[in-house]
Design a protein around this ligand. Sequence first.
Ligand code: F0G
Length: 323
Amino acid sequence: VTTPLIERFRDRLPVGPETPIVSLGEGSTPLLPAPRLSERLGLELWLKWEPANPSGSYKDRGMTLAVSKAVEAGASAVICASTGNTAASAAAYAARAGIGAVVLQPEGAVASGKVAQSRIHGARVLQVRGSFDDALSAARALADRGTHALVNSLNPHRIEGQKTAVFEIVDELGALPHAFVLPYGGGGNTVSYARGLAELGGRARLVSAQAADRRRTVATAIRIAAPAHREAVESLDAEVATVTDAQILEAWAELARLEGLFCEPSSAAGLAALALDPPRGKQVVATITGHGLKDPDTAARIAPDAVLVDPDPDAIAAAAGAA
Ligand code: F0G
């Protein structure tokens, strides 16, 4: 039985004995070695595999706390703006809690798996004519009216819950790594990691990788022009790296082919940054934030096509190639 994240880290989270725990078995995700990428980059690479969370992304770490605290405060519905993963997570935890969820998504810019998740959980899914940033402004304004609890990463409980990834990593490695690398969309997770590090009282490099073209990147999860946490990220000891879509997609495909791990493109931004400037010989932890099945369309566009054959062994042997 997976211990709920709030139980595992109760003494380091803002919960009391009366806080109801809304859990789907989040956290305690695998820390996987990456032998081939390590060799290629000349360092010791570990991957924090956050797709193992129940909704398939790291968002569940913050959402278990945000929804538990919303229920404790008497909320009957949550609202968020999202590029897809926050929405899917909010929809799942709201369903579990038996409360409503309204999710605002930029029209036509959310990967299909994420939209399916939000819909099947019974969230009210609204496609906003505009960007993620427009949707976030609207969500904040509506939440200010008091009818819905905002569960974007502006909700401080999201940041608190997400810092637990750092605790798990350091528990498993037995010490701080040289560096943590992760994608940078709105910056909430970078702020969470910095907080986790500060609470452990240690120092490590924190490298946050953003898309060069924030408005149009293929990595739709991080297609955010105006990061909500930009000022906070700039005030931290974090290093912001910038990667192109070509670099993101190369790192993403390499992870799939060399290590057998399928993530969504945004999740490979940190790996792309690492490839640009690998700290040789050092121990590095890259956080892989979301599952590849969330965005099957990008994979279908880029990966080799399936080949149609007759059910005949000769035809199949001929078509099978060297593999
Ligand atoms: N990776 C994935 C898979 C994401 O979904 C996000 C953000 C990030 C990285 C960036 O993290 O915003 O904390 O810097 N997704 C948000 C959403 C914006 O709505 O699902 P960040």
